[in-house]
Ligand binder design. Structure first.
Ligand SMILES: [Mg+2]
Length: 210
């Protein structure tokens, strides 16, 4: 009898272990805290964040107020007249923060000074942040259709920062979440905009707001 009891207990124990091994991965996935990530947050964050250049990342028109070509002078970026070229102070922090969230970034600029704009992006060491760049004159709807083609993303999953109302108007009509920039991008503007985007999508998908 004791032998028989042992066999039954061993069988029960092995069955329990089997159930635990089968159920554990399923329970972990449904908890939303593993590498699969919580689907709520995925859908509530933009899939691409796009920036204009002039008066959004730097405080000038690159085709008018400065004189390309640009170069490094020590640790500074200067134009052909030796004038130091500066960007809005919080831009590096903004770009680093978005990168830490794992959201891809792009540039949409309608400047005619294409070489100068690209040069500044390289000299400021910002090329590493931008997977996509559309820099040429014309309506920014064209710039965004190219992002759409390149990424396969819909317009309503994109966020766009720009200082000009005409661009905001054009892209809002296309369903892009547009943010009007008054004095350059800041951490506050970024975080407020991410929250707004999340709340908008949460409401649309019928989730409760946080
Ligand atoms: Mg601008």
């Amino acid at each position: 009898m004791p032998l028989c009891m042992c066999t039954i207990q061993a069988e029960t124990a092995s069955q329990l272990l089997l159930i635990i091994f089968v159920l554990l991965p399923v329970l972990k996935m449904s908890s939303g805290n593993d590498s699969c990530g919580p689907p709520r947050d995925d859908k509530a964050a933009p899939k691409l964040i796009v920036f204009d250049l002039d008066y959004t990342l730097w405080p000038f028109w690159v085709d008018t107020h400065v004189d390309p070509p640009f170069a490094m002078k020590g640790s500074k970026v200067v134009d052909s007249r030796g004038k130091t070229i500066k960007y809005f102070p919080e831009v590096p922090e903004v770009l680093e923060y978005i990168r830490s969230l794992g959201i891809p970034m792009a540039i949409a600029s309608r400047t005619g000074e294409i070489d100068g704009a690209n040069q500044l992006l390289r000299l400021f060491d910002w090329d590493k942040y931008f997977q996509y760049k559309e820099i040429y004159p014309g309506c920014k709807i064209t710039h965004f259709s190219r992002f759409q083609k390149a990424t396969g993303l819909s317009h309503n999953s994109m966020m766009f920062f720009d200082d000009e109302e005409r661009n905001i108007r054009d892209l809002s009509k296309e369903g892009v979440h547009c943010v009007f920039v008054r004095k350059g991008v800041t951490m506050k503007l970024l975080k407020d905009s991410l929250r707004e985007f999340k709340n908008k999508n949460t409401a649309e998908l019928g989730w409760s707001k946080e």
